[in-house]
Design a protein around this ligand. Structure first.
Ligand code: UTP
Length: 481
């Protein structure tokens, strides 16, 4: 331990970060070992570069002569020949066991402020079932329909790995085969102060954050996820984020377009309704495929332009739903060092010199992350972008109230499912404004689409004009308070 401590101290001094050992004498053996382990895992050359480029100076902003919209495939409908061909190819890939699901769930979920992993959030308005349960039910549905096994790869981080795995165990893996659910951790990155110094969030622990959803690229390769996929015959991964309750995982249309066009990475996209809508934008920047973050809209005024009819010119919003080819992940792993990093100015709780925890009232430091959509610029074939309509596909949950919230997601799914009930000829009570006046919840295990719902509900009687919950096997759900 002594020599290791010495090595670590020298290393920290070389980078001006030796202050993180200032409480060393107060730490017990376990805390000391954990601190040394965290420090040894730091990529100091990377941190030095990030601090130099992003903290002690402002990075040079990229400029583009020309920013224009990406080509987008219009929303897929079975009566269109290209879409029918894609659907058939997607279904075949599923039947052939070529498709795996890839969930990124390593984030800290700070805005939601939920105690526990975001995926454990009880989102079901009637059943209180969790986000994880909803996603698992989609897998049950697809496995039943295509008589296949769909492995589920779940990226977690040091911040939620144990809690996530316990949640799955407590829920008996939601009825899935344990061997088909694989958890793996992404790397962590130290948070830094506005002076570029590492922070502690306990006297013996560095304040760290997961390295962003882009961290899935090294995490998948280094944790042998791509190898596991290959061993199972899986070559196509349906990527989604844990907080998008509605996401259609392994959507045959989407998988089909990706496969038929030999794409390496594909994305869904939705039409922005206004220039400042809070989503990233798919666009071509001097010919290169990019997603520009919402926070950077003001840097690129071309992205705020509307045409004569008032439509946003660069319209392709990014709902963070992708398909990745396993070969592509392995290939870009070797280029991960050249991925751009993004900086977020945040309130980071820290231990002051007296050893007390301080909860800052304003942003006091930086977190660094890489983003998965930056992989798009490394594609060699034109990426597929497929248009969706957000209801029923994109209801992300970032906070409880407001935009992209739990409440907004409940309302959106309620409106969406009301149409399914009405397609059965069941009258849905609405208030004077026409809003749905009851709670509705339909398990995706029972039905993933209106058509499937109508088919599977044939012969059922309309229960009553109160809240309607339909469980995984078509049973009526009893509200859980
Ligand atoms: P967000 O960027 O919305 O972050 O993640 P978050 O952690 O959920 O919430 P905030 O920003 O702290 O409030 C979008 C998706 O990417 C995953 C999240 O788990 C979520 O599914 N993610 C994010 C990771 O897997 N790793 C990360 O490092 C960051």
């Amino acid at each position: 331990m002594a020599s290791t401590l010495n090595d670590v101290r020298v290393r920290l001094e070389q980078h001006g970060q030796e202050h993180v050992l200032r409480f060393w004498n107060d730490l017990n053996k376990t805390e000391r070992q954990a601190l040394l382990r965290d420090i040894e895992a730091i990529d100091f050359a990377l941190m030095e570069r990030l601090i130099r480029e992003w903290v002690v100076s402002e990075p040079a902003q990229e400029t583009f002569k020309n920013i224009c919209p990406v080509p987008v495939i219009p929303k897929a409908e079975l009566n269109r020949p290209d879409a029918k061909e894609a659907w058939d190819a997607g279904e075949q890939a599923l039947r052939d066991g070529r498709v795996g699901l890839f969930l990124v769930a390593g984030g800290q979920g700070t805005r939601l402020g939920f105690e526990g992993p975001k995926g454990a959030y009880p989102i079901g308005p009637i059943s209180q079932r969790s986000l994880f349960a909803f996603h698992a039910e989609k897998i049950h549905n697809l496995q039943r329909r295509y008589a296949c096994t769909i492995p589920w790869y779940i990226m977690v981080s040091d911040t939620n790995d144990d809690a996530t795995q316990s949640f799955f165990r407590e829920n008996d893996f939601f009825g899935l085969q344990q061997n088909d659910v694989k958890f793996f951790r992404q790397r962590m990155v130290p948070c830094v102060s506005e002076q570029g110094k590492f922070l502690l969030d306990e006297p013996g622990r560095l304040a760290m954050n997961p390295n962003g959803h882009g961290g899935c690229i090294p995490a998948m390769v280094e944790n042998l996820v791509t190898k596991d996929a290959r061993d199972r015959g899986v070559d196509t991964l349906s990527y989604f984020q844990v907080d998008n309750w509605a996401v259609k995982v392994a959507d045959p249309f989407f998988i089909g377009y990706h496969v038929l066009r030999n794409a390496e990475m594909s994305s869904k996209s939705h039409r922005k309704s206004m220039p400042r809508e809070a989503v990233g934008v798919h666009c071509l920047c001097d010919g290169e495929y990019r997603v520009i973050e919402y926070s950077e809209l003001d840097i690129y005024p071309q992205l705020l332009k509307v045409d004569d009819d008032g439509n946003v010119v660069c319209f392709a919003g990014n709902p963070a739903i992708h398909v990745l080819s396993v070969d592509f992940v392995d290939r870009i792993y070797r280029q991960y060092d050249t991925f751009p990093w993004h900086r977020a100015h945040k309130k980071i709780p820290y231990i002051n010199d007296k050893g007390d925890l301080v909860q800052p009232q304003r942003p006091n430091g930086y977190k660094f992350e890489t983003f998965v959509f930056d992989a798009l610029r490394f594609t060699t074939h034109e990426p597929v972008a497929l248009e969706i309509e957000p209801p029923g596909e994109y209801t992300p949950i970032k906070q409880f109230n407001g935009d992209n919230s739990v409440v907004a997601a409940w309302e959106s799914m309620n409106r969406y499912w009301a149409e399914w009930l009405e397609a059965m000829g069941w009258p849905v009570p609405r208030n004077a404004r026409g809003d749905v006046a009851i709670k509705i919840e339909i398990s995706p295990q029972f039905a993933l689409s209106k058509e499937e719902f109508v088919e599977r509900s044939a012969g059922c009687l309309w229960p009553a004009s109160h809240d309607v919950g339909i469980g995984p096997n078509g049973e009526w759900l009893t509200p859980v308070e």
